[in-house]
Design a protein around this ligand. Structure first.
Ligand code: NAD
Length: 260
């Protein structure tokens, strides 16, 4: 895999889980990082963890909520001011929301999921793309989900938002491919991050481990995915090694989305 030497990658939701896993790979390969997250404490911890693995890593940490348009403008401008370019954008921050049936879903939670997972991703595209156009290209990886390919019981806003991410990925690809901007999405299955650990608590509050074991048994590989497995795929999609892939939603799910 080619190096990220001299390149700058923005990662939203960079303080934990899938964002942090990719941040570690980018830092190891010499890339500058802007880590955006609304959890200051987790962001500080993530920065320290990356520095302990890669002491020379150049990291700009920005506390921001991706559903706030002004905050998105600010993390884009701050990155350009600090590093000069935005070569890759991992548009990753997202939440699951509470699990509940459609007819009793809390409408405020529904709106929050859409604000973060759909509008947050859109704002990122809206403000990063002009920078990439000006510099002659770039790579974008949005984060959909198997829930962006299939339905997931009790998670309607999440599924709606992730189908939207897949759609926005196609649009960005066809509108800006001419500018050298390649936009793809990943569709992770169950990867063991803090978000998924929380989901298992919701499925079986008395015994989340049992929920996890049962879920893993349904996967063709009989296991959950690891954040670092996703980190490697995303780093590839953000690198120059990956060329001519545009507008795709790539599942990384042990084959789960092929189950009938
Ligand atoms: P996580 O909860 O472990 O980490 C998400 C990070 O994003 C956290 O650091 C959190 O503070 C941050 N974040 C959340 N909302 C934010 C906001 N509005 N503004 C800024 N930061 C915010 O979750 P994860 O599992 O790493 O998930 C990352 C992405 O991957 C999400 O979009 C999620 O929907 C998607 N995804 C995850 C899985 C999985 O199995 N883990 C599967 C499919 C899709």
């Amino acid at each position: 895999m080619s190096s990220f030497n001299g390149k700058t990658i923005i990662i939203t939701g960079g303080a934990m889980g899938l964002g942090l896993a990719t941040a570690k790979v980018v830092a190891q390969k010499g890339g500058n990082l802007t880590l955006v997250d609304y959890n200051q404490e987790a962001l500080d911890k993530a920065t320290a963890e990356i520095k302990s693995l890669t002491p020379d890593a150049k990291i700009l940490g920005i506390v921001a909520d991706v559903s706030n348009e002004e905050a998105v403008k600010n993390y884009v401008n701050a990155t350009v001011a600090q590093f000069g370019t935005i070569d890759g954008f991992y548009n990753n921050a997202g939440i699951e929301g509470r699990q509940a049936p459609i007819i009793s879903y809390d409408i405020e939670v529904f709106k929050k999921v859409i604000d973060i997972n759909l509008l947050g991703v859109y704002y990122g595209l809206r403000y990063v793309i002009p920078v990439m156009q000006k510099q002659g290209g770039g790579r974008i990886v949005n984060v959909a989900s198997v829930g962006g390919i299939r339905g997931v019981v009790n998670q309607m806003p999440y599924v709606a938002s992730k189908h939207a991410v897949s759609g926005m990925t196609k649009n960005a690809a066809i509108e800006y491919g001419k500018d050298g901007i390649y936009t793809n999405a990943i569709a992770p299955g169950a990867i063991l991050t803090p978000m998924v650990a929380e989901a298992f608590k919701q499925v079986n509050p008395a015994d989340p481990q049992a929920a996890e074991t049962e879920y893993a048994q349904r996967n063709p590989t009989r296991r959950l995915g690891k954040p670092e497995e996703v980190g490697k795929l995303v780093a590839f999609l953000l690198s120059d090694e990956c060329s001519y892939v545009n507008g795709q939603t790539i599942a990384i799910d042990g084959g789960e989305s092929n189950l009938y």
